[in-house]
Write a new protein. Structure first.
Length: 184
């Protein structure tokens, strides 16, 4: 569904479902150019008659929800179509270390740019939600791609060195797999 609004030509939207991690998780994302899109983006949910009719049907199905704003810092590769798996690694970094952690990951992504073994990858940071997060998403055709693509990271000494520089900055991490169900 293309969302047309005054001042916003098209807001990209994605729908992801859990493959592992918390069961029955549904992730809805929509892209904004900046904070000025936040108001018009939220306006769609109240102004669109079809959405207003469907939303009350969804609410009883939802056990809980969370609303986070994330900033796309860097990406390499071409965004894949629906059906791909999304490996999302959330790293909580030590207080005051987010800038250094982000620089390390940007350098790593620049090293892999153009490597056919490495899939489309996005690097995000938190604006709201849990603080001091650096989130890396990698996209795979299927579960069979996961192992060989991870091996590409381990086989490059420069990437291993960058990872070793990152480890002391990280307090905890979490890996979740999602399926990209829908994208517009």
């Amino acid at each position: 569904m293309d969302v047309k609004m005054a001042g916003v030509d098209k807001m990209p939207m994605r729908l992801l479902t859990d493959v592992n991690g918390p069961n029955y998780t549904l992730v809805h994302e929509y892209g904004m150019r900046g904070f000025t899109d936040l108001g018009p983006g939220n306006h769609v949910w109240t102004a669109n008659e079809q959405i207003r009719a469907l939303y009350p049907q969804f609410v009883p199905l939802c056990g809980s929800s969370r609303n986070d704003l994330l900033h796309v810092e860097h990406q390499v590769g071409t965004e894949p179509p629906p059906g791909f798996l999304v490996e999302r690694m959330c790293f909580r970094v030590r207080y005051g270390q987010a800038r250094d952690a982000l620089a390390i990951w940007k350098e790593a992504l620049d090293l892999i740019k153009g490597n056919q073994l490495i899939p489309y990858t996005r690097l995000l940071t938190d604006i709201t939600g849990p603080s001091y997060q650096v989130i890396m998403e990698m996209y795979y055709r299927n579960m069979l791609d996961l192992g060989p693509k991870m091996g590409a990271w381990l086989s490059d000494q420069r990437l291993r060195d960058l990872h070793q520089r990152f480890v002391p900055l990280c307090e905890q991490s979490e890996r979740t797999l999602y399926r990209l169900e829908y994208a517009v």
